[in-house]
Design a protein around this ligand. Sequence first.
Ligand code: DQA
Length: 161
Amino acid sequence: MSEDRSEAEARRDQNTPRPLVLLLSGPNLGLLGEREPLIYGNDTLADHVERARATAEEQGLAIEHLQSDHEGVLVEAVHGARGRAAAIVINAAALTHYGWSLHDALAAFEGPVIEVHLSNPNARESWRHTSVLAPVATGTISGLGSLGYELALRAVARLVA
Ligand code: DQA
């Protein structure tokens, strides 16, 4: 049994509060499943969130998810995570490439920030090659589809343990 696993189990057994991870999804991700399936696959956002939730559970983490098409709503969610959430996992979708207010909000968040993309933006149009969030992200996972969310939650478990 790995150390991670036993720490997660210990948290469950002792009923200690689980570190909270805020999972944020940006514009148009609510259309996953119907939107450009050749690029993003057939899974819906609910499918991805469910997998993230299962990994969080296994890793002894609590998870809260919010999707918004509006940058300000995501900015406010990051503000609300300050002092409350242990980490943020974010797929900011197109805001990744120009969302400077989201950059600034994440810069004011004290915990780890993991940037996730289903596709590999660096292998796509040149305007997707810049992430304005990358400078304030602890790490980025791209191009692995849903596995990216699972890996992000595993990374958080290691980083906040
Ligand atoms: C995305 C990549 C972005 O460039 C794009 O705007 C998205 C989704 C991804 O998950 O691959 O909406 O973040």
